[in-house]
Design a protein around this ligand. Structure first.
Ligand code: SF4
Length: 448
């Protein structure tokens, strides 16, 4: 199974890093050489299928299909696409009997196609019924997501929540306790609002709701433990749609639990808005060492590409230096010094070339994902940025001689001239050459 941004670690890179900072962090066992540069909060390691979440493992990228799970063909197709794009875990909606009945067959066809991405079943309202009536679904899934706000009311809420946990226990599966601001346990909220009034605590309603999210997650974790699950079978999330609330809630949560945390801004929105709001909130938390797995919940355009959320998650982790998935391209924004579109086209074609070639390169070359490239628009910053990259090209600005010096590992290598097409072909050849010479050939690789 090829993967564009997919996990690139190999078993041989497994190592041990010691991090001791004020008792907040811990000795971690990491698979990723970059982990030692980034202190992480101590969390339990949870195995989701073959993928480890928390416990010092690299931060895991996950995504969710938006197909009807009862439609085996479309769900299979999208799952394969998401996994190939780099989603290390994929979640399916399991909302009706037909969806639960389809799970084993989709899983079988996935494995037949060579895709081993663990699958999470997303349950609301009737998870206890579906998992009981469809034991093959319970067996086929690698984790169950339970929303404690959508599992029933009153005494039945605890019973039904506990039923799902016991099925997970009996099948040896982990769960995610997925609290969501839009479906918070209203009994809990009313109780805390009343307490705020009675005791004259003076809390804003926003603050109370944030508190309730954390309380709901922690109380549900206790119930899951009482139902027979172990600490290493429970992941927690507390998603809100507002970045500032998300940061507040997760800081609070991470101070109160060592369960691994799934980060995500829920209902982030479309396109640029969703990407920026997600990056702004998740970036702060990840940089503080909070978060063990992430999903970027983008709303796709009608008919849009669901893989965008996977690309966004990979880019975020790579931007923070937490994971490396593919070579990065530094490109200047352009300005009045370069009115030609050549450098924009070249930057785009180089980015596209990397996306096309990475599935092949990553199976052949060790460490190729760490490579840096630069495509720059004029002499002002062009040579400097190009020298700082493994391979960089500085195009001429307006009025400059039509020559494009190329720098390799800081040294000027060659000067290219010609049309955009000629430049693109020549630069790609230099990139291919560099990779073949610089990165050792892989012998055995594990794609997670
Ligand atoms: S490198 Fe040159 S073209 Fe690019 S933004 Fe800077 S000054 Fe403008």
């Amino acid at each position: 199974m090829l993967s564009l941004y997919g996990c690139t670690h190999t078993i041989s890179r497994k190592g041990r890093n010691t991090l001791e900072l004020g008792g907040m962090f811990t000795q971690i066992e990491g698979f990723d050489a970059t982990a030692s540069r980034h202190p992480r909060r101590k969390t339990y390691g949870v195995k989701v299928g073959h993928v480890r979440v928390g416990g010092g493992a690299p931060i895991v990228v996950q995504s969710m299909t938006n197909t009807d799970t009862a439609d085996i063909g479309t769900t299979l197709k999208q799952t394969l696409e998401l996994a190939e794009a780099g989603s290390e875990i994929v979640r399916w909606t399991v909302n009706v009997p037909e969806a639960a009945a389809a799970v084993p067959e989709i899983k079988k066809q996935m494995l037949d196609a060579g895709c081993i991405a663990p699958i999470i079943g997303d349950f609301h309202y009737n998870g206890h019924v579906l998992l009981t009536k469809y034991p093959e679904c319970a067996k086929g899934l690698d984790k169950y997501r339970i929303n404690p706000g959508n599992v029933g009311a009153g005494q039945r809420r605890d019973e039904q929540f506990s039923t799902i946990c016991k099925i997970a226990r009996d099948n040896g599966k982990p769960v995610r306790i997925g609290v969501n601001g839009g479906s918070l346990n209203q009994e809990l909220v009313m109780r805390k609002m009343q307490e705020n009034t009675d005791k004259n605590l003076g809390k804003e309603s926003e603050e109370i709701i944030n508190d309730c999210m954390v309380i709901s997650a922690l109380e549900s974790t206790e119930l899951a433990l009482e139902s027979g699950l172990r600490h290493d079978q429970i992941i927690i999330s507390c998603k809100t749609s507002r970045p500032r609330d998300l940061i507040t809630v997760y800081r609070d949560l991470s101070a109160k639990t060592e369960q691994p945390l799934h980060l995500g801004l829920t209902e982030a929105g479309m396109g640029m808005k969703g990407q920026i709001w997600s990056a702004a909130s998740l970036g702060i938390l990840l940089y503080e060492g909070i978060g063990d797995t992430i999903r970027i919940s983008l709303t796709p355009k009608p008919g849009g590409d669901r893989r965008e959320e996977v690309y966004a998650a990979c880019e975020l982790l790579q931007a923070l230096g937490l994971r490396s998935f593919a070579p990065s391209v530094t490109a200047c924004p352009g300005c009045g010094r370069t009115t030609s579109t050549t450098f924009q086209e070249l930057a785009e074609s180089v980015q596209g070339y990397i996306r096309d070639m990475m599935p092949i390169w990553k199976t052949q070359y060790e460490g190729v994902e760490e490579m840096t490239l630069a495509v720059m628009g004029c002499i002002v910053n062009g040579p400097g940025e190009s020298k700082a990259a493994n391979i960089g090209i500085s195009l001429p600005g307006t009025g400059e001689a039509p020559r494009c010096p190329v720098y390799i590992d800081g040294q000027k290598d060659v000067t290219l001239e010609g049309t955009y097409d000629e430049l693109a072909v020549a630069f790609q050849a230099l990139v291919d050459n560099y990779i073949a010479k610089k990165y050792p050939r892989k012998t055995v690789s594990v794609s997670a």
